[in-house]
Design a protein around this ligand. Sequence first.
Ligand code: ACM
Length: 543
Amino acid sequence: MDNLIPAPVRAVADDRGAFLLDGATTITAGTGTETTGRWLRTTLGAAFGLPLAPGGDGAGNTVDLRIDPAREAEGYRLAVTPDGGVEIAGGSAAGVFWGAQTLRQLLGPEAFRRAPAGPVAARAVPFTDIEDSPRFPWRGLMLDVARHFMPKDDVLRYLDLMAAHKLNVFHFHLTDDQGWRIEIKRHPRLTGTGAWRSRTKYGHRASELWDETPHGGFYTQDDIREIVAYAAERHIRVVPEIDIPGHSQAAISAYPELGNTDVIDTTTLSVWDTWGVNPNVLAPTDNTLRFFEGVFEELLDLFPAATSPFIHIGGDECPKDQWKQSPAAQARMAELGLTGEDELQSWFIRHFDSWLTARGRRLIGWDEILEGGLAEGAAVSSWRGYAGGIAAAEAGHDVVMCPEQQVYLDHRQDGGPDEPMPIGYVRTLEDVYRFEPVPPGLSEEAATHVLGTQANVWTEVMQNRARVDYQVFPRLAAFAEVAWSPLPAPGERDFAGFERRMGTHYARLDALGVGYRPPGGPLPWQRRPGVLGRPIEGPPPHV
Ligand code: ACM
């Protein structure tokens, strides 16, 4: 119980003994908790080889799940008692699910295996009483599947890993200069052309090496529906991102008329094979607006409002040089009465803000959408530090804090020479653990606009799942605690205590097959050769 991650609000040990989960244990799932009942049965049933049949009377040898509306929506109480068996009461179906995640941790690292190592007669859960609820409603992970495609099954695995850490927002970065990853039926070349590139820059910026392997892939609309349903069963909201008007070279290479054709010959563009900020941005034409309205129409069908209230439109790193040079863009600005190119970017964003609002959704964008004036209902992902988030929150806009200096997990976790493809700052497990999403000085009123926080995983140097695991873990465990657990008094973040609990958590990650590197420890492929498939020496192989 003293090794839970993220740490619960309150946990009281009861030293009278333990409940035994055995062949006769049943799971009683009250109304609204059925999917959690199934999840427990398939997860723990597989790990221990126990039937965990549905039914029972809700007392005795039973795991009893129910909703108690008097509790906080995502909160739960988990009581394991000598007479009552296991009882999980959540404020909502989500609360019950987070309680089930805690139960899995209480059952030991073996509960994270896919199959029992040998015959299991019973598993002990110590008697305990836990009251828990999250600090923030937005506890996110962003995966960039554009720079390197992540096959669907790996995305599903990441949803499971998020759930195990009580993270509940999956920001799905689906498009960028280097690839368009979602099937759009009315614009088939977005994936027919835009999902594939002929080669890839090896390493970030300074490298002169190329990987000549063609790279690509995309999710069909059925794949997307499966991902969305899988996330919903795990009480994870999905925020799909279509990044406009910058980061759009893949789309322009597929449909050259989307670019600034009076500045460059956009028919010569291909899906970008290198990294950085790309000058080839969307043209501010009616045709572009109609084209992307079509994209968003399909997107809204695929990502229903109940689980995707927010739609991310990117808005980051859009150089204005082509708009400055383009007579058509300048004419557009004059027609709209705009005085600068920043306002043209705002005009783009405002258009989609109204368009999404009219359809019952909310727009969220990177903090550059503040430049030139923030659209009415827009929320902001504050990535260039806290400043954008502070400005937006003080102006009454909702904010997700994800400053690159702290929670960009593509940045190296270790300063040593064996760090594979090092980029960015060194941000250790302890640095992430000490990250505070609500900056000091924010007014009380503005602080209520901080919906929460997310860790962002940009995949320029992550060619496969092993590399993604390496960057993400164990730091995601520290991040999960930042997002979920109560804020300790200033200066009292107990990293030593967290590290001690990580001793058990590493065993959970091992059981899950996560290729992490403990601080100062060996690289995962040195630590457990064979577990990750081929040992990686020299340039990691492409998927
Ligand atoms: C970003 O990192 N360009 C949002």
